[in-house]
Design a protein around this ligand. Structure first.
Ligand code: SF4
Ligand code: SF4
Length: 430
C-alpha cells in the first residue's frame, strides 16, 4: 500500500426489475435534503466537538475489561506498545482530556491520527458497546480545529476541496478508467435510474481501475440499465469524515445529492464499501443504496450471470471493515465466490470476529505509519498463506491497493490479491 500511496500522491436477493418497481413506490419517500437536515443527522450519529458531555458519557461507558486489546490490528504495530496504544488506552486518554486532566500533546495527536483505521474490531469485542471509532473521529475533529493535523492529511483535505478528489488529480481525468467501454454517462445527457458510483480510488488508481472495468462489464453483461457520472463525479466524502472534516464532508455530500437529484438517480450501486457506508449511514435517506456484491448476488442467483468451469483454487475472502463490521455485509461476497466453479472458500479472519483489517481505511491512506512498523496487511497475507490460500479476494478498492502493495513488498510465498469483480468477470461464461 505504501508504494501505491506514493504513486497516487504524485500523480441481495432482488432482481433489478423488482428493484425498479420498489423504487417507484419509494420515490414518494424521498426527502428534500437541506444542509441543516444533514447536520442534524450527523449530530445525532456522532459526537461533535461542541458536545463534550455526550463524548464524556460515551467514554464513561468503558468498564476497562480489556476485551478489545487483542482485537486492534495496530495496538502493537509500532512502539510504544502497552496500554496507551490500545483502544482502551484511547478511551482513557480521551476521558482524561475531556475531564481537563490531560493536555493533548504531540503524542496524543499521533495516537488518534495514526494508530486507528476505524476498523471497529475493538467494538466487535466490546461487551458494553463503546463506540471507539466514533470517539476517534471526534478526537480528530477537535485536533483539526486546533490545526494539529498531519501535513499528509491536510494535503488530502485541501485537494478534496479544490479537485473533488484527495490526490490533486484533474477532474477531467476521472472518467478515463472507462474509456472504450461505452458506458452511459449522465454528464452527456444519458438517462438511467441506476447510478454506478465509482469513488476516487477506483477512478484514479490503475490497479483499482482494472477492477472497476470488470464490475462495469459484469453489469453490462447482466443487462443492467445503468449510467455513470463520468468526469462530473465527486468524492463521496467518507474519508473527509474519517479525517474529522465534517464541514467538507457535508459540502461534498451536497454536491453528490444535487447531481443525483438533477439526473433522476433512484438507485446507487457503489464499487467501494467506503462510499457505500457514507451513502447508507451518513447521507440522508435516498432511494436504494447497494454495495455491488449485494447487488450482483441475486443477478447470479437468477441466472443473469453464468460462470464457466475453471481451475481448482483455494480463495480466502477478506471482509473489508466498511462492508462487514460497519454494514453487516458478509454473505453476498461469499455467495458470489461459492458460485465460481473450482473455487474452495477459505476463512481467513474467523477468529477475529470476523475480518482482519487491511490497514488502509479510516483515513490511514493519508496517515503513513512510522518506518519499520509492522504491517497488518502483511499479517493478513501470511495468515491466508498459512491456510493454503492461493488467492485473497477483496471487495474494496482500499483493501485491493493495500494488500496488493503488501504482496509486492512482502517476503515469502504470498497469495495473489484479486478484486471480487475481477474474479467474477474472469470466470464469466461467454
Ligand atoms: S477501530 Fe480498529 S484500529 Fe481503531 S482502536 Fe479500534 S480496533 Fe484499533
Ligand atoms: S472492550 Fe469496551 S469496555 Fe472493555 S476496555 Fe475495551 S472499550 Fe472498554
Amino acid at each position: 500500500m505504501r508504494a501505491k500511496k506514493a504513486a497516487l500522491r504524485g500523480g441481495t436477493g432482488r432482481s433489478s426489475q423488482k428493484q425498479g418497481e420498489k423504487v417507484g413506490k419509494k420515490n414518494s419517500m424521498r426527502r428534500k435534503v437541506t444542509r441543516t437536515g444533514m447536520l442534524e443527522k450527523l449530530k445525532k450519529s456522532v459526537p461533535v466537538s461542541e458536545n463534550r458531555e455526550g463524548e464524556r458519557a460515551r467514554t464513561r461507558q468503558c468498564v476497562r475489561c480489556g476485551l478489545c486489546l487483542a482485537a486492534c490490528p495496530l495496538s502493537g504495530a509500532w512502539p510504544p506498545a502497552g496500554e496507551v496504544a490500545t483502544p482502551r488506552g484511547k478511551v482513557a486518554m480521551l476521558q482524561g482530556f475531556l475531564a481537563g486532566e490531560l493536555v493533548p500533546d504531540t503524542f496524543f495527536a499521533a495516537e488518534f491520527w495514526q494508530r486507528c483505521t476505524l476498523c471497529r474490531a475493538c467494538e466487535t469485542a466490546c461487551p458494553v458497546g463503546v463506540p471507539v471509532a466514533e470517539l476517534v473521529v471526534g478526537a480528530r475533529r477537535w485536533l483539526l480545529e486546533q490545526g494539529k493535523v498531519p501535513a499528509t492529511a491536510a494535503g488530502a483535505l485541501r485537494s478534496l476541496r479544490l479537485y473533488g478528489n484527495p490526490w490533486r488529480r484533474p477532474p477531467a481525468e476521472r472518467h478515463a478508467w472507462a474509456a472504450l467501454l461505452g458506458l452511459k454517462d449522465y454528464a452527456r445527457g444519458a438517462r438511467a435510474e441506476t447510478l454506478l458510483y465509482l469513488g476516487c480510488l477506483a477512478a484514479y488508481d490503475p490497479r483499482a481501475q482494472r477492477a472497476a472495468r470488470a464490475l462495469a462489464q459484469l453489469l453490462l453483461a447482466a443487462g443492467v440499465d445503468f449510467a455513470v457520472l463520468g468526469a462530473a463525479e465527486v468524492c463521496c466524502g467518507r474519508e473527509a469524515y474519517s479525517l474529522g472534516e465534517e464541514g467538507l464532508f457535508v459540502w461534498l455530500a451536497e454536491k453528490n445529492l444535487e447531481l443525483w437529484r438533477r439526473h433522476g438517480v433512484r438507485r446507487v450501486v457503489t464499487f467501494s464499501p467506503h462510499c457505500y457506508d457514507a451513502f447508507k449511514n451518513l447521507y440522508p435517506p435516498w432511494g436504494e443504496v447497494w454495495h455491488y456484491s449485494d447487488f450482483l448476488a441475486p443477478l447470479v442467483e437468477n441466472g443473469r450471470l453464468r460462470f464457466a468451469p475453471g481451475p481448482s483454487r483455494r480463495v480466502a475472502y477478506h471482509d473489508p471493515c466498511h462492508l462487514g463490521r460497519h454494514n453487516g455485509v458478509y454473505e453476498a461476497p461469499r455467495a458470489l465466490l461459492r458460485q465460481l466453479p473450482g473455487v474452495t472458500l477459505v476463512e481467513v479472519g474467523a477468529e477475529y470476529g470476523p475480518g482482519v483489517c487491511c490497514e488502509a481505511g479510516g483515513g490511514r491512506m493519508w496517515l503513513p505509519a512510522p518506518a519499520g512498523s509492522r504491517s497488518p496487511a502483511h499479517d493478513l497475507l501470511r495468515r491466508a498463506a498459512a491456510l493454503g490460500a492461493e488467492v485473497v479476494a477483496v471487495a474494496c478498492p482500499f483493501c485491493l491497493v493495500s494488500l496488493d502493495g503488501a504482496v509486492q513488498t512482502g517476503q515469502g510465498d504470498l497469495p495473489a490479491v484479486t478484486e471480487l469483480a475481477e474474479l467474477l468477470w474472469g470466470a464469466l461464461a461467454r
